[in-house]
Design a protein around this ligand. Structure first.
Ligand SMILES: C[S@@+](CC[C@H](N)C(=O)[O-])C[C@H]1O[C@@H](n2cnc3c(N)ncnc32)[C@H](O)[C@@H]1O
Length: 437
């Protein structure tokens, strides 16, 4: 068959559809991927290949773009052609795809998606990239490691420079920085939670998994589709990072004197932590109010809670800044605030490129108000856990410090900061605060 008429392989076509949706429509890769896989009827290894191609090309574009640019003779490139080149660069520099296969399939792809015009350019650029290994390219296009470590890692590990700087601040030193950034680039394992009283860890282990080291409710799946595990399909278990389980447990296990009957999850959508908390509350004879501002996310919370016994959990769709309850009624409150999400980069390939330092001001203001509401909602003597899936100091310790500075009635009693490279979890933060009686 001639070059021109060779059909484009479906995993690569699907991967390009994901890149296009993320770039042109602002889609989230993890949400659009299942739709694209269905559209192209991809399963098993082909689905795995399309997922790796799309996720890797989006995640690593901070390295691939300067490499591509170094191979261009003219600086301008159509966005659609750059997408094809990013996919080709990922195959050449980070996967075990033979060079000839990576190049010829990319040429086929650009012919089918853009036209014959850029086929020669794609061929020439990818041939140039294939002549050197990834470390040679990093040495060529990244700032020097000795003179500008953060600038070097921003390219070598494909993170925006401001994110590298902010993560280094959060770590407090540079010695683990590269490990952290590399961990952000590795696909996370699928972790399940057995909601206590509804499913057992043994039941999930039998589905092909092993226990998580720190959460007593977690199981890491060794393979397969989590949706096909009966306990997950029935809502007795769920997909939940071990770090998120530990945050919910920080609230449930905080030492509390006196009444322990009514719990609040102030920002509950989509409901992972609410479901774990509600299962524990049911075992202790307590109830949970799960509040979420966005109605469609409140519906997801209700779905996550479907296996919890009736009467234990109540879902509210409301703005946590204007509470629908009287102050001081709750014994335990979780405020898992909206944040930059820069602690969960492993599972959101495009997230690092969507955030900007200018987002922080608005988010921090919201986080402070929500923490204040949580502290007003808890009774004297009760506990509040303030959590984020970001380790940035502006969103974590600085929010807690700012709120505590204006409240004489609250003390911090515990703090947790998890890291992907140390703990194998998302970089979750949780501060446990007690409102004094
Ligand atoms: C980090 S997520 C919570 C994740 C959730 N706890 C879980 O484990 O599934 C933050 C949530 O806060 C919600 N949110 C943002 N502003 C809010 C507000 N003013 N009141 C209540 N919820 C809010 C967002 O819609 C989002 O669903």
């Amino acid at each position: 068959m001639s070059e021109r008429r060779r059909p484009v392989d479906r995993p690569r076509r699907a991967a390009l559809d994901v890149l296009t949706a993320v770039r042109a429509d602002g889609a989230y890769a993890n949400l659009v991927l299942p739709q694209v896989l269905r559209k192209h009827r991809l399963e098993g290894r082909d689905a795995g290949l399309a997922t790796e191609l799309a996720s890797g090309a989006i995640r690593m574009q901070g390295l691939y773009d300067p490499v591509i640019d170094a191979c261009l003779t003219k600086p301008r490139l159509q966005p659609e052609v750059r997408d094809v080149l990013r996919l080709g660069a990922h195959q050449l520099l980070s996967m075990r795809v033979p060079d000839h296969a990576a190049i010829s399939t990319s040429v086929d792809l650009v012919r089918a998606s853009v036209g014959q015009g850029p086929a020669g350019l794609v061929n020439a650029v990818l041939r140039a990239i294939s002549r050197r290994g990834v470390q040679d390219w990093i040495d060529d296009v990244a700032p020097g490691r000795a003179s500008d470590l953060h600038g070097h890692l921003a390219v070598a590990q494909s993170h925006p420079r401001w994110v590298v700087d902010a993560l280094a601040d959060a770590l407090g030193a540079d010695d683990e920085l590269e490990d952290l950034l590399a961990a952000d680039n590795a696909a996370p394992r699928v972790t399940l939670v057995a909601r206590p009283g509804l499913a057992s860890v043994a039941e999930l282990e039998a589905a092909g998994g092993s226990r998580t080291p720190r959460s007593p409710h977690g199981v890491v799946l060794t393979g397969g589709d989590p949706g096909s595990v009966p306990a997950v399909a029935e809502g007795r278990a769920g997909v939940q990072d071990e770090g998120s389980q530990l945050v919910a447990l920080a609230l449930a296990d905080a030492v509390l004197e006196g009444r322990d009957e009514t719990w609040l999850d102030l920002c509950a959508g989509p409901g992972g932590k609410a479901a774990l908390l509600a299962a524990i509350a049911a075992q202790r004879g307590a109830t949970l109010v799960a509040n979420e501002r966005q109605p469609h996310r409140a519906a997801l919370v209700a779905s996550a809670l479907r296996a919890v016994p009736a009467g234990v959990a109540h879902v509210l769709a409301g703005d946590g800044m204007r509470p629908a309850w009287v102050p001081g009624v709750f014994d335990r409150v979780l405020v898992d605030a909206a944040c930059t999400g820069l602690g969960a980069l492993r599972r959101r390939p495009e997230a690092r490129w969507r955030r900007a330092p200018g987002d922080l001001g608005q988010l921090v203001a919201l986080q402070q108000v929500l923490l204040d509401v949580a502290l007003e909602s808890v009774r004297p003597g009760g506990v509040v856990v303030y959590a984020t899936c970001s380790p940035l100091l502006a969103e974590t310790t600085e929010v807690v410090q700012a709120v505590l500075a204006r409240r004489a009635d609250t003390v911090e009693v515990d703090r947790l900061q998890l890291w992907p490279h140390r703990d194998g979890t998302d970089a979750m933060f949780a501060a446990t605060l007690r409102r004094e009686g």
